[in-house]
Ligand binder design. Sequence first.
Ligand SMILES: [Mg+2]
Ligand SMILES: [Zn+2]
Length: 189
Amino acid sequence: MGIDGKSRRAVFLDRDGVINRAVVRDGKPYPPARVEELDVLPGVAVALERLKAAGYLLIVVTNQPDVARGTQSRTVVEAIHTRLASLLPIDEFRVCYHDDGDACVCRKPKPGLILDSARAHGVDLHASVMVGDRWRDVEAGEQAGCATVFLDHGYAERKPRKPDAVFGSLPEAAEWILARPSGATHEVC
Ligand SMILES: [Mg+2]
Ligand SMILES: [Zn+2]
């Protein structure tokens, strides 16, 4: 247990390109537009079960700016999450529905989604990990004080500066997380 009494560990998960297949156009990833397009990536269910069994809370933190842009509805985003929750042992979905112009505190790379969830669940952020496939995910995790894993799908965009680990899939990332010493907590910081 950390000196602040926070003992729970979490894996914060980006959604598109981490849990489900992102729709890639011109080298850039996009969310599925409909529940029918949702495709959970291979090995994700088993990887999440293993992390859960090891005591990690599983929290999805996702930017869905198409809602602010008017090209997607909150209802569809929520339906996608209902479907994912029926398939996977995810504890919570935290969503930023804003775009850059909204200057919110939750759009990654800002760490608001992670910080709010950690506060709600008593999570020790320094014993926790953020997994994502874009620089915004990794930098949000870093700002929150988590270890970070970048899933590199070779998108045509900037890469994160300094993730702690780089893999090609969530199952590989889960292996790395499970192999970390449970004392990987920074007790004093
Ligand atoms: Mg993503
Ligand atoms: Zn936001």
